[in-house]
Structure formats: C-alpha cells, structure tokens
Design a protein around this ligand. Structure first.
Ligand SMILES: Cc1ncc(COP(=O)(O)O)c(C=O)c1O
Length: 370
C-alpha cells in the first residue's frame, strides 16, 4: 500500500515537470548560473506577488532572517522578540547576529504570538533595548499585523515578518510580508512555494533596506569586487530561481487547493474529539500545515502510521527547551506554558495540493474510527 507523507515535494515537481525541466535546461545552456535573468525576474515577480516594491533572493530562509536583521541594523546586545513555537531557524537567526532572543507565549487556538503577552514583555523587560519583533505566521496562519504595527509604533520597533510558512497568506486583503519593514521567506522544498533545493528571499518596500540587503548577500558589494561594507555570500542561484518562476505561476491555485482540503478535514472531523485549526478573522490561512490538537496525540499518530499515513510534529520541542538554545534565550512575561503544552498535543496531517480526494477520505476514515 502506498504510504501517504505529511508533505510531498516530489509531487510538486511532477505536477509541473515539463515546464520545470524546460526551465532547468534553459539555465544549463545559458552558461550563467549565479545572479542572472532568472533571479532578477523572479525577484520582480515575487515582490509584485507579495505587494512590496523590492525582493532580494538569498540562499535560504535562515539567511533571509539574518540579512533582514542586519539590514534593519540589529546587532550585538539588542533585544528581539519572537516566539518559541517556531522553527529553530527564527531564534538561530537572532542569535547569529548577536542579539538576545526574547520569547513570548502563543495563543493556544491560533498557535501564533499572544499579543497581550507581547505587550506585557515590552512593558516589563529592562535588561536591554528591544529593537525588533519577528512575528511568525506559523503553519500559514496570518497574525493580526495591524495590531502588531500599532504596538511596534508605540515601542519604536522594527518588524520582520517570518513568512517561511505563509507564501500568499493574507490579512485584511493584503499579503503577509508586505506589512513589516521586511518579510523573510524560505523556499525549502516542502514550503507552499518550494524550490528543488535551498532558497530564500526578503521583500521590503524600503529602498534603503533593499539596498543594504542586496549588499549583505554578496560581500558588501555595490560594484563587483569592491566591498563597501562587510557581508557574506548567500545568493539564490539561477536554477532555483528558474524553478521558482514556474512554481510561482501555480501558487494561487495550489493555495486554494490546500484551503479546500483543510475545509474537508475540518468539516469531516467535526464529530471527532480533536481541536481542528481555527482561522483568524479577516485572514486567509494558506495551510502550509493542517495541525490538529489532542492530548492523545501519540496514539493518533501511531494509529495513522499503522494505516500507512505518516504525519509530522512541528515542533516536538520548543526552542527554549532545546540544548543548543536553552541558555541563549530569555523567556518573556507570563512564561511559555501554552508553548510547552502544545508541543505534546499537535499533529500535522498530510496536506499538499496533489493530495487526492480519496486519499484525504482515507485519512478521515482512519481518524474517525480511532
Ligand atoms: C518558520 C520558519 N522560519 C525559518 C525557516 C528557515 O528556512 P530555511 O530552512 O530555508 O533556512 C523555516 C523553514 O524551515 C521556517 O519554517
């Protein structure tokens, strides 16, 4: 029996194989493999898709966050607020630039940052100057960016949206990544817009930030071989950009298919003792993950697995509880009780645009008889 995977990037390639193969062939024959037409075209198209004026392609989503922080002038000794219920990359990026990650709890129904606890932390934290906030639109669920911008304005904070899981998600008819000073994206293969290798980008409508990011991704160069500022090397390559240009054309219908699948799950699982995802008001959730919650999570995972349905846990251990980061982060006001509790209760069911109706039907049947 064919095993269902929680995500299946190979099917994402096969769905557009002809166009992707042609795009790859074009790059191979062009002889130009770094920072050519494909990268510049993709940057233009992605900026316009998000609704920002600039996009700078980089090597991966973690580098997108690092570049975003540096381009916003965040460095050693500065405080940056984010959540502990996220990919370790969010916190790692803050740590890499020498800033202090201050982690606040999440809303147990939405899985995104609890804005009351954000305010409490901003009011009470005195050990260093908090300079920025990184809201994470986790699982594809957009945060209330208007409230975040209002809070950020009062406390004079830079806002860097972590959009690694939210390509195309909307709040009040605007795409996430276009609200903050910068949006940082990952094109890791399983993402809603995924490359066939590593890739990432920042988007911004601030020309100075865009210029700094462009320099930071390549040795601080404005002109080739001449560094005006320190930098590193983290470029999106032509092959990945060519693939992303093809896949970007299908992102809207593929996000719509994910939403349709999520609606089927939520409707059919209504009678089961599970917490299904809730969508925030005025938002378009794009279901990078479809995450249910139950205190019998491990049992449900095992039952699905014994029926050839694999699931994922994003994330099994919160960042502040991981050995590598425990002593390098600060816990925000009100603690991280919800974050710790959800780690043991969340489960991502299979969701990807190519998932067939009969396949989702089978997942639902197994859960209903569980
Ligand atoms: C929320 C979040 N932030 C950042 C990243 C980092 O992206 P990458 O794996 O491309 O470095 C990821 C992806 O893993 C992510 O899910």
């Amino acid at each position: 029996m064919e095993t269902l995977l929680p995500a299946n990037p190979k099917l994402g390639y096969l769905a557009h194989k002809k166009e992707i193969d042609a795009a790859i062939q074009q790059v191979l024959e062009s002889g130009l493999y770094i920072l050519g037409e494909n990268v510049s075209q993709f940057e233009e198209q992605f900026a316009s898709f998000i609704g920002a004026s600039s996009c700078v392609g980089v090597g991966n989503g973690t580098d997108a966050l690092i570049i975003a922080l540096r381009a916003c002038g965040i460095g050693p000794g500065d405080g940056v607020i984010t959540v502990s219920h996220t990919a370790v990359a969010t916190v790692a990026a803050i740590d890499v630039v020498g800033a202090v990650p201050i982690l606040v709890d999440v809303d147990p129904a939405m899985f995104t940052m609890d804005l009351d606890k954000l305010e409490q932390t901003l009011k009470s934290y005195k050990n260093c100057k908090i300079k920025a906030i990184i809201p994470v639109h986790i699982y594809g669920q957009p945060l209330d960016m208007e409230s975040i911008l209002e809070i950020a304005g009062r406390y004079d904070l830079m806002v860097i949206e972590d959009c690694a899981q939210s390509h195309g998600a909307e709040f009040r008819n605007r795409r996430v990544g276009s609200f903050g000073h910068i949006g940082a994206f990952s094109f890791y293969p399983t993402k809603n817009l995924g490359a066939l290798g590593d890739g990432g980008a920042i988007v911004t409508s601030d020309p100075q930030i865009a210029e700094r990011a462009r320099m930071l991704r390549q040795y601080g160069w404005k002109r080739r071989y001449i560094s005006d500022s320190p930098g590193s090397n983290t470029r999106l390559d032509e092959l990945q950009a060519a693939i992303l240009r093809v896949k970007l054309r299908y992102l809207n219908p593929e996000n719509a298919r994910r939403r349709a699948l999520a609606a089927i799950y939520s409707h059919e699982l209504e009678s089961v003792e599970l917490q299904v995802p809730r969508e925030a008001t005025d938002s378009v959730h794009i279901y990078h993950q479809y995450v249910v919650r139950t205190t019998r999570r491990d049992d449900l995972k095992a039952r699905l697995s014994s029926n050839s349905i694999e699931t994922a846990i994003l994330y099994p251990v919160a960042v502040h509880d991981q050995a590598g980061y425990k002593s390098r982060v600060v816990v925000g006001s009100g603690g991280l009780e919800e974050t710790e509790r959800i780690c043991n209760e969340i489960l991502s069911l299979p969701i990807y645009p190519e998932l067939k109706d009969e396949q989702i039907g089978k997942v639902i049947d197994v859960i209903r008889t569980w």
